[in-house]
Design a protein around this ligand. Structure first.
Ligand code: AMP
Ligand code: ZN
Length: 458
C-alpha cells in the first residue's frame, strides 16, 4: 500500500513519494499572530496534524509550521491598540498553541518565527537580484514575475487573473502590476531591519520561502495550507524558491484544505460571525471541535453550525459509550493497532469520513461483543484508533461526568461558575453569559449576590 494525496499542482490524486526514502519534510503556513484563531483557521492545523500523525507511522517526519510575526496587519493592530508589537505577537503565539493544543493538535517539530529569519530572507533576496529575478525600485525590492516562465503553474491563472488577484494599486515603481514585494521600506515607527536596500521589512511570501529552505532544504515533500493561499501566496513562494535554487523543485506535493463557512457565509469580522477557538473551547470539549473539523473530507467545503457541533458531540458519546466500563491492560493498549481499513481510508487522500465510519464499525462490534477478552481487545483497538485520530483521549467516566446526561455534577457546576467569574473579571460578558446559559440548559440557576454567586437546581 502507498499513501495517495491530491496534489493541487498536478490537479489529481497521486502516489506520495518523498525525495529521500524513509524521510518526509512538510511545511504548513501558520498563522499571522495579531488575533485569536477562528475555527476556520483551525481547519488546516487539525487536518494537517492528522496527516502528520499518519505520516509518522511510516516515515521520519520533519514538520514545520511557522508564525508570521512581521506583517502589516500586526502593525495595524499595534497602532489600533497602542500595544507594542512584541506584546501582541507573543500573546497570540501562546494563545494559538494553547487553542490548537485544546483541539488535540500536536506541536510540530519546528515552529519558526519570521522575525528570527530576516538575514536568511535578505540573503535570498540578494540571490534573486543577482540571478536576474528581482529588482530594486524606490527602496523596494520586487520579484520580476516575467523572469519566471513557470509563474502561474500552481494556481493555473492567466496574466489578467493574476493582475486582478494581486489586488494592489499599481505602484509606479513596478515593472509589471503583478510583480510582488520582497522587501519594502519602513518608516521609523514601523518594525524594520537594516538591509542593502535601506531599513525595511520583508514581504509575506519571502518569509515562508526562507523559513522552509532553512529548516527543510531547497526541496520539501509536502507544502500545505488553505485554498485561499494558492494564489498569490503559494504561487509566489514557489516561484521565488525555484528561482533561487536554479530550478530545483520547491514542493513535490501541494495540499490545500477547503474552506469552512458559517451558516453558508464566509466567516468574517465585518459579518460579525467569527467563532474564535479561544471562546468555543470554554464551553465545548476540544475533541468535539476536532471531530467536527474531521467529519468532512479536508478538500471539501465545511459548513459550520450548531448542528455540526451537536452531531460531533453525539458521535463522541457513542465512541466513549462503547469503551465505558471496559478495563484495558497496558499491554493490550501497547499492542493494539488501528484497523487496516481505517488506515487505508486515511492513506487514500486523508478520507476522514470513511475512516470515521470504520471507527463506528469497531464501536458497533464492541457493543455486540460479549466475551471479556474480545471486548478488551476491541476496546484496545478503539483506543489505538483514538490515539491516531487525536480522539478518545479522555477517560470515559471523566467524559460523561463532564458533558452528557443532562445532570451536571456539583464539581462540574462549580467549575463552570469559576470560569464565568473569571470571564466577568476579564469583562468578557459574552463568555460569562454563555456559561450562565450552559448552566440554565442543564437545569441550574445562578443567583448573583454581594458575596459571589450561588446556584440551585431548578
Ligand atoms: P491566516 O492567519 O489568515 O493566514 O490563516 C491561517 C490559515 O487558515 C491559512 O492556512 C488559511 O488558508 C486558513 N484559513 C483561513 N480561513 C479559513 C477558513 N474559513 N476555512 C479554512 N481555512 C481557513
Ligand atoms: Zn506561507
Amino acid at each position: 500500500m502507498t499513501i495517495k494525496l491530491h496534489d493541487t499542482k498536478q490537479g489529481t490524486k497521486v502516489t506520495f513519494k518523498p525525495l529521500t526514502e524513509g524521510k518526509v519534510t512538510m511545511y504548513l503556513c501558520g498563522p499571522t499572530v495579531y488575533n485569536y484563531a477562528h475555527i476556520g483557521n483551525a481547519r488546516p492545523a487539525v487536518v494537517f496534524d492528522l496527516l502528520a500523525r499518519l505520516l509518522r507511522r511510516r516515515y521520519t517526519l520533519t514538520f514545520a509550521r511557522n508564525f508570521t510575526d512581521v506583517d502589516d496587519k500586526i502593525n495595524a493592530a499595534s497602532a489600533e491598540t497602542g500595544k507594542p508589537i512584541n506584546e501582541i505577537t507573543e500573546k497570540y503565539k501562546r494563545a494559538y498553541n494553547a487553542d490548537m493544543g485544546a483541539l488535540g493538535v500536536l506541536a510540530p517539530d519546528i515552529e519558526p518565527c519570521a522575525t528570527d529569519h530576516i538575514s536568511e530572507m535578505i540573503d535570498m533576496i540578494k540571490t534573486l537580484i543577482d540571478k536576474g529575478h528581482a529588482y530594486e525600485a524606490d527602496g523596494h525590492v520586487l520579484f520580476d514575475v516575467a523572469s519566471d516562465p513557470e509563474y502561474g503553474s500552481l494556481s493555473k491563472r492567466n496574466l489578467r487573473e493574476m493582475i486582478a488577484g494581486a489586488r494592489v494599486e499599481v505602484a509606479p515603481y513596478k515593472k509589471a502590476p503583478h510583480d510582488f514585494v520582497l522587501w519594502k521600506p519602513s518608516t521609523p515607527e514601523l518594525p524594520g531591519w537594516d538591509s542593502p536596500w535601506g531599513r525595511g521589512r520583508p514581504g509575506w511570501h519571502i518569509e515562508c520561502s526562507a523559513m522552509a529552505a532553512k529548516h527543510l532544504g531547497a526541496t520539501i515533500d509536502i507544502h500545505a495550507g488553505g485554498t485561499d493561499l494558492i494564489f498569490p501566496h503559494h504561487e509566489n513562494e514557489m516561484s521565488q524558491s525555484t528561482c533561487v535554487h536554479d530550478g530545483q523543485v520547491f514542493a513535490r506535493h501541494w495540499l490545500h484544505n477547503g474552506f469552512l463557512s458559517f451558516h453558508h457565509e464566509k466567516m468574517s469580522k465585518s459579518l460579525g460571525n467569527v467563532l474564535l477557538v479561544h471562546d468555543l473551547i470554554k464551553t465545548i470539549p476540544g475533541e468535539v471541535l476536532r471531530l467536527a473539523l474531521l467529519s468532512a473530507h479536508y478538500r471539501q467545503p465545511l459548513d459550520w453550525s450548531d448542528e455540526t457541533i451537536d452531531q460531533a458531540a453525539k458521535m463522541l458519546d457513542r465512541l466513549y459509550g462503547a469503551v465505558r466500563g471496559i478495563e484495558v491492560s497496558d499491554a493490550a493498549r501497547r499492542n493494539a493497532e488501528p484497523p487496516k481499513a481505517l488506515i487505508a481510508a486515511l492513506e487514500n487522500d486523508l478520507n476522514t469520513p470513511k475512516a470515521l465510519a470504520e471507527f463506528f464499525a469497531i464501536a458497533r462490534a464492541l457493543n455486540k461483543a460479549t466475551d471479556d477478552d474480545e471486548r478488551e481487545g476491541i476496546a484496545a483497538t478503539m483506543y489505538a484508533t483514538g490515539d491516531l485520530l487525536g480522539l478518545l483521549q479522555d477517560d470515559p467516566e471523566t467524559w460523561f461526568a463532564g458533558h452528557v446526561e443532562g445532570e451536571l455534577s456539583s464539581d462540574e457546576i462549580e467549575k463552570i461558575l469559576e470560569k464565568r467569574h473569571a470571564a466577568k473579571l476579564e469583562k468578557d460578558y459574552a463568555a460569562a453569559d454563555t456559561f450562565r446559559d450552559q448552566l440554565a440548559e442543564a437545569g441550574v440557576q445562578i443567583e448573583d449576590g454581594p458575596d459571589g454567586s450561588t446556584w440551585r437546581r431548578t
